[in-house]
Design a protein around this ligand. Sequence first.
Ligand SMILES: *Cc1c(COP(=O)(O)O)cnc(C)c1O
Length: 398
Amino acid sequence: MAHTLLTKLSHLGTATCDELHPRAPVALPPIRTSTVRFNSIDDLHDTYKRQAAGERIVGYGRMGMETHAAFEQIMCELEGGKRAFLAPSGLNAISMALLSLLSAGDHMLVADCVYGPVRQLDDTVLKRMNISSTYCSMRDMAILELNIQPNTKLIYVESPGSLLFEMLDLPAIVEVAKKHNLLVVTDNTWGSGIAYRPLDLGADVSVVAVTKYIGGHSDLLMGAVVAKNDSVIKQIDTNQYALGFSTSADDAWLAIRGVRTIDVRMKRQAESTLKVCEFFNQQAETLQIYHPAYEKDQNHALWKRDALGSNGMLSVALNFTKAQTKVFVEALELFSIGYSWGGYESLVDMVNTDFLKKHAYWNADYPSLVRMHIGLESVDDLIADYEQALTKARAVKW
Ligand SMILES: *Cc1c(COP(=O)(O)O)cnc(C)c1O
């Protein structure tokens, strides 16, 4: 019987309960080990053989035991991939994907809206290995094609983008990539397999910061790289092994625990965020609201066509001086100041507008940008909090 994703999220990776195990817990326990024991030399040799053939079979603790394997399977279902590889953080998942797929002399095209630290990975590691990159807006396919070089190997995108949640036309980007024989790697932390599924839209590799919506409780750092075709899977598999990436069984267990409720959490957060968009739409200081699920967002039509849902992330450009914006952000009582997201709690950050200059999508005439994550609190309480904080900011005389 074929089950839908939601059913699988509740049933995959539970502890076995059958004739051999007539009493069992619901959750698979975290299986911690460094050393794996083999019943015989034949079993050890059989393991080597099957590993060499690409099978995901346990031979040593670094590659993860049953808890990890269960979470990898859940990640495959979430993202629509064939193999998932775990990394100790989201940024590590990005570096694993890029170090696996790029070699000295290669060039990659990067969307200018990607997660900031990618530029650091690029500047400090990739450049040193003679891997070059070009950052560009990926809204215009003609510009994208113009930036392709003879040694371009890969297009790296994040849709919607970090900071401004700029929805990209991923199927169009994939078409350009196919024409030029390039791989498409996406950061799907925003969609996390629930709200957006890049592999279904043609991407080759989806990287997800499990840290955010999948973990869901701001207490876990983990990343995953999910791939769907065999040659890419083999490349990542051998590189992940060679680079020695490893994640703890306790973290894999927490990730499984988090993912059970991802759909209801994201739906509630998305619903509250639309109400927050409506609220900001009514405020005189609001210059622009960045949240693709909101009908007034510039890319709402693309969101409607390609996304399956939304989440609690939004940014609002405010016609406030920096001093007023700071008062607004600091006056909020229910929002912690912080730049992560995906947990159950609301967060707010005053984005450095100098950094936004790197994004073609940003309107440099706007004086300030506030980025927010809407948590699971009552949205009425959050809106009341905005009201009192806006009153304080308005009272600031420049
Ligand atoms: C947070 C984040 C990452 C990095 O995840 P970490 O686990 O914090 O390293 C990568 N991409 C996006 C879009 C993120 O928001």
